[in-house]
Design a protein around this ligand. Structure first.
Ligand SMILES: Cc1ncc(COP(=O)(O)O)c(C=O)c1O
Ligand SMILES: [Zn+2]
Length: 421
């Protein structure tokens, strides 16, 4: 059996039970996700800002804190961090420091502009990953590990983008894939899976129903289950978003991160990355305040956050055009909510109309054609800046988690309704 190069062991995120990383593992016996642990002292000896300068421009540049090598890679990661000056300037702020008048680049130098609003608003544009979303990050790590562990076929339920990414990486690995998705998943996601040669199963239901289908069939069919958080390595790929922010800000982290949260893997991954950075001595105890942005029509985390609960309840009748946010019962609820608390973050909702409106703003003001999930973070920023929760002088990062090109149906409707106005 192949041995991981770097992972010492897997540890349950809820009860702390340890598991052998050299064999296939999924959930803990307590039902909760497992997280990979590394020898971070050893990693810190070679993983430095300086050494990173010479490494390949993919997420595999952080090899010391990733599971294995050589990877199944399509060039994922190192996405642009765009200084969103026009959208930033258009955001009304209240509270102390509202007179801040400088525009500053990621590494901190002033560019001398005299606009108000949020001067340090940045967009991490994940739409530029292979298959057009940040799901590529998780899948490069998960599929690489699955292949090393001898998986014969890969399967996952998907809201859309994860399926496309899994199908692409399975093709690159030379492995068959089965993708189970709601029947009303955006057509681009269905087509890409079919083109990549995956078997597509469409169900009348939500991602939670698709997850049940995979769980019921996987043993009989011999599938390796790549469902969100049901294997330990998608989080590892997604955590590199946190490492990239640190590197792109020149060894610093932003004050606030807004993340469109469905299953929450990126949020969990980034917080894990920040803990690892602290253990490596790169940062202290301070953390960016994490903000979970959800759709009004599917907001289990926001409802739990508002009710001061530590776990989320299944959100009934979930509907939103942001298919990636249509996750009514996220398995990582405990982790997400505890990370929001630990980082002094918050959680809030955005309506579908607001998302499409913000999508048009992002496209026309910044040249970024965003997924509705990513556009949602602009509205959330407006709300939080208006209430004073985000201060004008703070460095704020929005995650555009996917490209707008995958959402032809939603964009068509939104543009038609504007034309009719
Ligand atoms: C574009 C997009 N944004 C956000 C999400 C939610 O991702 P996560 O599971 O990391 O919360 C998804 C998931 O499908 C997605 O496709
Ligand atoms: Zn456990």
């Amino acid at each position: 059996m192949a041995k991981p190069l770097n992972v010492l062991e897997l540890e349950c995120s809820a009860c702390g039970k340890k598991y052998d990383a050299s064999v296939e593992q999924h959930l803990c016996t307590c039902g909760k996700p497992l997280l990979a642990r590394y020898d971070l002292k050893r990693a810190a000896a070679t993983l430095t800002l300086e050494s990173l300068q010479w490494r390949p421009r993919t997420l595999w540049r952080y090899a010391e804190v990733l599971p294995n090598d050589p990877p199944v890679s399509l060039g994922e990661g190192m996405t642009p961090l765009v200084h969103a000056q026009r959208v930033g300037a258009s955001i009304s702020t209240t509270g102390e420091g509202a007179t801040a008048k400088r525009s500053i680049s990621p590494t901190g130098e002033s560019t001398g502009s005299e606009k108000g609003g949020l001067q340090r608003l940045f967009i991490k544009d994940e739409g530029l990953n292979p298959t057009g979303s940040f799901k590529a990050r998780g899948m490069t790590a998960a599929v690489s590990r699955a292949k090393q562990l001898g998986a014969k076929a890969l399967a996952a339920p998907t809201a859309g983008n994860a399926g496309g990414a899994l199908a692409a990486y399975a093709a690159a690995a030379g492995l068959p894939a089965v993708i189970v998705m709601p029947a009303d998943t955006p057509s681009a996601n269905v087509m890409e899976c079919q083109a990549f040669g995956a078997k597509v199963v469409k169900l009348n239901g939500l991602i939670s129903d698709c997850g049940k289908y995979v769980a019921e069939h996987k043993d009989r069919e011999g599938w390796y289950d790549v469902s969100t958080l049901k294997e330990p390595y998608r989080v590892e790929g997604k955590k590199t978003m946190g490492y990239e922010l640190w590197e792109q800000f020149g060894g610093k982290l932003p004050d606030v991160i807004l993340y469109p949260t469905g299953g929450g893997v990126g949020l969990i991954g980034m917080c894990k990355a920040f803990d690892e950075m602290q253990e490596m001595g790169w940062i202290g105890e301070e953390r960016p305040r994490m903000v979970a942005v959800q759709a009004e029509g599917c907001a289990p985390i926001v409802r739990a956050w508002e009710a001061h609960q530590t776990s989320a309840q299944f959100f009934p009748n979930a509907t939103t055009i942001a298919s990636g946010l249509r996750v009514p019962g996220p398995l990582g609820d405990l982790l997400i909510l505890s990370m929001l608390r630990q980082t002094k973050g918050t959680a809030l909702t955005v309506t579908d109309d607001e998302m499409m409106h913000a999508g048009r703003e992002l496209a026309s003001l910044e040249g970024i054609f965003a997924a509705p999930e990513g556009a949602a973070t602009v509205i959330a920023t407006r709300k939080l800046a208006a209430s004073g929760w985000i201060k004008p002088e703070e460095t704020v990062v929005l995650f555009n988690t996917g490209t707008g090109y995958k959402y032809a149906e939603a964009w068509q409707r939104a543009l038609q309704s504007t034309a009719a106005e």
